[in-house]
Design a protein around this ligand. Sequence first.
Ligand SMILES: Cc1cc2nc3c(=O)[nH]c(=O)nc-3n(C[C@H](O)[C@H](O)[C@H](O)COP(=O)(O)O)c2cc1C
Length: 162
Amino acid sequence: MRTLSETFDAIVGDFEYPMFIVTTAAGGERLGCLVGFATQASIDPPRFLVCLSHNNRTYRHGRDSGWLAVHAVLAEAEALAELFGGHTEDDVDKFGRCAWHDGPHGMPVLDECGNWFVGRVLDRLDAGDHDAFLLEPVAAEAEPQADFTFHRAKRIDPGHEA
Ligand SMILES: Cc1cc2nc3c(=O)[nH]c(=O)nc-3n(C[C@H](O)[C@H](O)[C@H](O)COP(=O)(O)O)c2cc1C
């Protein structure tokens, strides 16, 4: 018989959801990683929740930045997902390997992603091995696109284990 934890893992491992690349800037550093734990959390006012692993450099160096840029990953942007999910900024200059520009509040915006918003961090909650960041969108751009989703992203070997 399965344990509770095995059953829970089976349920959540089967979910399908869009993948995001979350970037930020802090202490003169640009940071960013692939994120699956993210969801809209309120309609009015608009709010979004992003979870960052305590192990990731994006969290360790960027948690107090006050702003996060959330990019929906295009279905065809697998290489970008691999760059941000399969490598850590501890070892690799990710922003030297992709096109980006300075966006609102100094957040690095990835040129390959047409759908992105910058969120102001309203609150941060210790959620276990991740922290949950509650965001208020303050700037956004949108283009119709198909998204890169979890079942394709699962084969990427994460730069840091959660
Ligand atoms: C399918 C998949 C989902 C992931 N989801 C998250 C997530 O929700 N939050 C997170 O902080 N890291 C997540 N990661 C892991 C980071 O993207 C990865 O460890 C990255 O290399 C960390 O980079 P950094 O150390 O430069 O921040 C995920 C990775 C993969 C492959």
